[in-house]
Write a protein that binds this ligand. Sequence first.
Ligand code: PAF
Length: 284
Amino acid sequence: MLLHTIKEVREQIKEWKKQGLTVGLVPTMGALHNGHKSLIEKSVEKCDKTVVSVFVNPIQFCPGEDLDKYPRTLDADNKLCDEIGADIVFAPNPKEMYGEGHILSNDFLTYVIPPYFYTDKLCGKSRVGHFDGVCTVVNKLFNIVQPDFAFFGKKDMQQLIILKKMVQDLNIPVEIIPCPIVREESGLALSSRNKYLTEQGKINALALSKLLFNIKACYNKGVVDTKYLGETAYSFLNDNHSLEYLEFRDKDTLEEKTIADDNTVVFIAARVENVRLIDNIELR
Ligand code: PAF
């Protein structure tokens, strides 16, 4: 069932809650791929009812980013959700979510601002305000859908950690279910932004997952000095990659690690053909 208004979604949710059914939410920006598919399948399996939101959220894009060209494929997304067994696809427009005039600055809109310690690093460093936009829209979706469970991919690990913190700090009655990264057979982590890459770009992009797998292999052999582990990675990169960061951080607190352990995540962001790609690996 494709719904565009908050009112329609609320009415349906009210009905389900009356019947004592559990509700799962899979928040997305559309352009659904097999990574999203795995989240929706998990929700359908775990919950009585599943809502997939499809909303390219303008307030999480920074000036100069790809808001206008972000792929929008609602018909195909809706069809896929239907096939997997989702019950509602909620696809509001920006006016429905943010009101008349689309006044999106925080002078005019109540934002949910996650702690600076979590947002001043990794993606938050170059994408200033991005996580404020993510937390604000996800909080709104939680209030609209009132899910028992919400499903997020580990591909956006910093986002996942920040959203878990938001739920904990604000006592939001939802359980966040982290879901594994889905990769192509080649190792490339699935992302809607892979659509911007040429075939050669996709090959060049493999360096990111390759170097992460290599770091994990070294760690498994007993290497724990993150400076050394980081240095091994540079041999995978060349002029086709513009590295933004490669960092070792704690899975819960995002603190930097000098000695890797089982709670360490290795985060990478790099541009290939000027497309900004992110990936990560858990060392455990
Ligand atoms: O991960 C995403 O696609 C988005 O950041 C999310 C969680 C749907 C919020 O717009």
